[in-house]
Design a protein around this ligand. Sequence first.
Ligand SMILES: Cc1cc2nc3c(=O)[nH]c(=O)nc-3n(C[C@H](O)[C@H](O)[C@H](O)COP(=O)(O)OP(=O)(O)OC[C@H]3O[C@@H](n4cnc5c(N)ncnc54)[C@H](O)[C@@H]3O)c2cc1C
Length: 397
Amino acid sequence: MQHRIIVLGAGYTGAIAAGRLAKRLRREDVAITVVNAEPDFVERVRLHQLAAGQELKPRPLREMFAGTGVELKVARVTGVDVDRRTVTVAAAGGTAELRYDTLVYALGSGWNAQGVPGTAEHAYEVASRPGALRLRERLARLHAGQTVTVVGGGLTGLEAATEFAEARPDLRVALAVRGGLGDWLAAKGRDHLRKVVAKLGITAYEHAAVTGVEADRVVTADGRAVAADVTVWTTGFAVHPIAAATTLDTTATGQIAVDATMRSVSHPDVYAVGDAAHAIGPEGRPLRMSCASGTPMAWQAADAIAARLTGGKLPNVPIRYFNQCISLGRKEGLIQFVTADDQAKPSALTGRFAAAYKELVCKGAAWGVANPTLGMPTRRRPVLRDAAAAHQVARAA
Ligand SMILES: Cc1cc2nc3c(=O)[nH]c(=O)nc-3n(C[C@H](O)[C@H](O)[C@H](O)COP(=O)(O)OP(=O)(O)OC[C@H]3O[C@@H](n4cnc5c(N)ncnc54)[C@H](O)[C@@H]3O)c2cc1C
């Protein structure tokens, strides 16, 4: 009997986990199925570029998994029953129920409107490909002098505002941020950010918590109104409600609570990686939703599953941060070096060199999805029947 592994989601982390498991385990021992809503791998870190009118390289998942033994099922996951160990999916041909022995949950996240009135009706987003394409089409219809207001001064908001301002110098671009502009960066990075924002003609509204979105403006908690022919909402990500609807131990935000091997703390045959998982990193802080930590989470999960099935050594690689890589348009960038727990250090790279560095990081992230074997031997190990049995016992316990 093959051990059935189902991976939900083929974004950065699901695709890496599936590919790495396929490299670690023998085909006669395991059946690996990946379920993803779209037939292509989406380079989510470039969705602001897509919205700004750039073309992204198509990356069909079928080509990516060709020859690996991983089976791709293009379908939407509609439910998971972790007690019966089944997943319900909906595809063009109807719904189906899939059974698993081990589940890797990697459904990522979407935009987080945070319940602010008017967002659903009026705001655009760049957290999903359909959202970015809708925004792209809307931006293309804007006339010179019209205003795009980006709400949110985190990494995504900064990247989006600068990308739009660079691509469309004829538009007015505004950025509404809750605190000070780049206030988590160290002085060098913050100064550079301010310089680039000014150079691109972006109007920054600081200490501007947006409490309402209307058709042509946003309003702030302190009563200011900021013009917005188009509002782009980037105030963080929210996970899909599927996990929270199960008996899995999840956080208040719906992320699956996992241990250091990315295994659910409540259901030992379920692993969660990427944005969907709540894992604790250095200094006891939760890992942030990012590729930067999602990629090592996926390696860790795949290696732990393989180790438990083959009787190998469990991975014990602490997941830490090194830098925050921020594109500021195509010609400018900012690499903020950080501590293991993601706090800004004084040093930063800026300018064209930083832009090139960030481009390399994005290329590397996509390359890593197609080549998920970094740092591991390519010899596939047999699944030990007693290890599989131990896995079942652990699940039942
Ligand atoms: C514009 C932008 C820029 C970013 N820049 C950076 C950056 O510079 N550095 C960084 O570290 N992070 C960055 N991020 C964050 C990063 O993209 C995410 O943290 C990362 O994609 C998370 O990976 P994931 O595998 O968990 O989820 P995703 O990459 O979102 O993958 C989830 C997958 O699940 C599929 N899926 C979702 N729901 C269903 C369903 N019901 N059924 C079937 N399939 C489903 C999706 O189609 C997708 O393929 C950025 C994000 C955005 C939006």
